[in-house]
Design a protein around this ligand. Structure first.
Ligand code: GRF
Length: 209
């Protein structure tokens, strides 16, 4: 898992993976920010951690190559981005295509990029949510694996909407990773292809709390 900060999605995956029946094991947590609070969550769970700062590398490609070496040396199969605030080079994204996923706090393809909840409120949509998707070179644009919808309340500000969405993320990411690690979704010809799973796999609706 690659993080840059708080690591609450990391925690959700740590909790899910603590079940012996979960189809993935979190082998390594890598942060590009020293002291990221998520690292402490990994340490508490007995998971190996690495910190590698992009500031120590002259180019995006050199940083990505260093990350890649760490992943290969640790025999990593799948990479989950969770609040990892770096954009990978096209080469890295292509090499890990189908094995690299991200969570984004909107119903993609709407509201890509940063300040997502501000964008959602400004647009006036009444339903928002979160998406887990395969990473491709273009930002927040890869094939979608799973989505969860949350209501946008008339009383919402950015932090209220972010909190409701984050709770949905914590249910969605473990479910999406289980689909991928369990071989029930794969990337083929630029699409998410599902097999041996219910037709509604990947669709979650979170009622108003
Ligand atoms: C989440 O909202 C995620 O969707 C976005 O960054 C945030 C990370 O939060 N990509 P956390 O570090 O997992 O708590």
């Amino acid at each position: 898992m690659l993080i840059s900060g708080r690591g609450s999605n990391l925690q959700a995956l740590i909790d899910a993976a603590s079940d012996a029946n979960y189809p993935a094991e979190i082998a390594l947590v890598l942060s590009n920010v020293a002291g990221a609070p998520g690292l402490e969550r990994a340490v508490r769970a007995g998971i190996a951690t690495r910190t590698i700062s992009h500031r120590d590398y002259a180019s995006r490609e050199e940083f990505d190559a260093a990350v890649e070496k760490i992943l290969v040396d640790a025999a990593i199969d799948l990479v989950c981005l969770a609040g990892f605030m770096r954009v990978f080079s096209d080469g890295f994204a292509r090499r890990w295509q189908g094995r690299l996923i991200n969570i984004h706090p909107s119903l993609l393809p709407a509201f890509k990029g940063l300040n997502v909840h501000r964008q959602v409120l400004d647009a006036g949509v009444r339903i928002s949510g979160c998406s887990v998707h395969f990473v491709v070179p273009e930002l927040d644009s890869g094939p979608i694996i799973a989505q969860s919808a949350v209501p946008v309340l008339t009383t919402d500000d950015e932090s209220a909407l972010a909190a409701r969405t984050l709770a949905a993320e914590h249910a969605l990411y473990p479910m999406a990773l289980a689909l991928l690690a369990g071989g029930r979704v794969k990337l083929a010809d630029g699409r998410s292809v599902f097999s041996e799973t219910p037709a509604h796999a990947g669709s979650l609706f979170v009622p108003t709390a």
